[in-house]
Design a protein around this ligand. Structure first.
Ligand SMILES: Cc1cc2nc3c(=O)[nH]c(=O)nc-3n(C[C@H](O)[C@H](O)[C@H](O)COP(=O)(O)OP(=O)(O)OC[C@H]3O[C@@H](n4cnc5c(N)ncnc54)[C@H](O)[C@@H]3O)c2cc1C
Length: 456
């Protein structure tokens, strides 16, 4: 099926997969290029993932961090935004297949920029996902918000102290930046925003546990900053358990193997999974056809110009690409995408593809917030923590958000939360918390019915 609304054109066809940091920046960088761009993404929005945890803990709304991509690119006439999940890439015939509501569309390309990002990894235990949602999408964040606030609601109605304790125990698995941010914010939600709002329970007695199989908090930030973040979390009352590997997750809790080999159990209703990433399966499709390798996280080991062997017109950027020295962070995707788009523009003007300079990553540093007024930051060899790191974090995140209105409303939400302890997004619905589980159950039932039909 071809694309309705698409005008046939003899211009150079650029297909971009993904509307995240990589995809959006590739498209914008090609704004003035004489090309015909099709951006295909499975979500209608450009998601600012670094602030997802604030949606999950009721500080900001999902609209503030996820503007519709087609509105963002409204004035860029050389770009058509298409909703659909890419299911196949044919490197030989230079086409991309995508599916929207059962319809398959085939899109030809001259240049392909793949920026489909990464999903959550449960290290082969995908069944954990039902009880421990990750933090990758708007659905994840809304589901977690529903579960976190729903647990407080149920605890208020419970007369069984054991059940109450379980409902008021929140476990965050993975002590990287997302885990640290989530643990800190659940603790602040319980201690500040919800304090005094219940009559039967005391929200400040909620137990927040941050655990990780690794021996340190925030390992990529180095030992000193990791310890500072851990100290700040402990001051907030977060229990940190390191060298603790999760071996099972169910409705009522998690099973943990400790460093000394002992196994124990933590009864907890709400679990958050922020322990690993797995690159988009499109990486494997590209690797199989090009002879490129994929690493353990499914990332494509690209050539120095971010392309794959034998296909100088196919770029893989962002979280899907394994490039030495480039972290799986927004800047890696932004810089990789801009590099690819600049090569396309230059070569359309006659530059020699054989003379490409390799991609070079410029490290602008990394940071993570721990709680209000506290963050850790590392820029080159300079490390700093505390209030100024937190201010720098606020400022930089505002700069990278898309749209003036989103920046303004987010600033107001932050003032209200960080100065006044109020959170404006505490509305939850039953469907937000449990719809996905129910949809999956319905799909299983539908599949079983199909199997039965086929067998009879
Ligand atoms: C919770 C969280 C917090 C983070 N915090 C920070 C931070 O503080 N600082 C920082 O620098 N980085 C942070 N990151 C990492 C950063 O967000 C990523 O490195 C960055 O988003 C990678 O950009 P990308 O374009 O490769 O992928 P993404 O931004 O993930 O975009 C992928 C796009 O591909 C689309 N897609 C995926 N599969 C398909 C398919 N089959 N068909 C069509 N479309 C598809 C998706 O819908 C999406 O539009 C964080 C990430 C998370 C999850």
């Amino acid at each position: 099926m071809t694309h309705p609304g698409a005008t046939p054109s003899d211009k150079h066809k650029v297909v971009i997969i993904g509307s995240g940091f990589g995809g959006l920046n590739a498209a914008k960088q090609l704004k003035r290029a004489d090309v015909d761009i099709k951006m295909i993404a499975k979500t209608t929005h450009h998601l600012f993932q670094p602030l997802l945890y604030q949606v999950a803990t009721g500080i900001i709304s999902e609209g503030e961090i996820a503007p519709p991509t087609r509105v963002v690119l409204r004035d860029q006439k050389n770009c058509q935004v298409l909703l659909g999940e890419v299911t196949n890439i044919d490197l030989q015939n230079q086409t991309v297949d995508s599916i929207l509501l059962g319809h398959t569309y085939r899109t030809p390309y001259d240049t392909l920029i793949v920026a489909a990002g990464a999903g959550q990894s449960y290290f082969g235990n995908d069944h954990f996902a039902e009880w421990a949602p990750g933090m990758k999408t708007i659905d994840d964040a809304l589901e977690l918000r529903g579960r976190i606030l729903g647990a407080f609601e149920q605890a208020e109605r419970s007369s069984d102290p054991v059940r109450r304790d379980k409902l008021l125990t929140f476990v965050v698995v993975g002590a990287g930046p997302t885990g640290v941010e989530m643990a800190g914010q659940i603790a602040e939600l319980a201690d500040n925003t919800l304090k005094g709002a219940f009559r039967h329970i005391d929200s400040t007695r909620a137990r927040v546990i941050l655990l990780d199989a690794a021996p340190a908090v925030l390992p990529p930030m180095g030992e000193k900053l990791g310890q500072k973040a851990a100290a700040r979390l402990e001051k907030l009352g977060v229990e940190i358990q390191l060298g603790a590997m999760v071996t099972d997750v169910d409705r009522n809790g998690i099973t943990v193997k400790r460093g000394d080999g002992t196994i124990d159990r933590i009864e907890c209703a709400t679990k958050v999974w922020s322990a690993g990433v797995s690159a988009s399966p499109l990486g494997k499709i590209i690797a199989d056809q090009s002879g490129a390798e994929v690493d353990r996280a499914g990332r494509v080991k690209v050539l120095p110009d971010l392309t794959v062997p034998g296909h100088p017109n196919v770029f893989v950027v962002g979280d899907m690409a394994a490039v030495d020295g480039v972290p799986g962070m927004a800047q890696g995707a932004i810089q990789g995408a801009k590099y690819a788009a600049k090569l396309v523009t230059a070569e359309l003007k006659g530059a020699d593809p054989a003379a490409r300079a390799p991609f070079q990553y410029f490290d602008k540093g990394s940071m993570a917030t721990v709680s209000r007024y506290s963050a850790v930051a590392k820029v080159g060899k300079i490390e700093f923590a505390g209030f100024f790191a937190w201010l720098a974090w606020l400022f930089l995140h505002l700069i990278y958000m898309v749209g003036f209105k989103a920046r303004l409303t987010t600033s107001l939400s932050w003032i209200s939360t960080f100065i006044g302890s109020h959170r404006g997004q505490l509305t939850i619905t039953e469907q937000q918390a449990y719809a996905r589980t129910r949809i999956e159950q319905l799909e299983e039932i539908a599949a079983a019915v199909e199997d039965e039909k086929a067998a009879s």
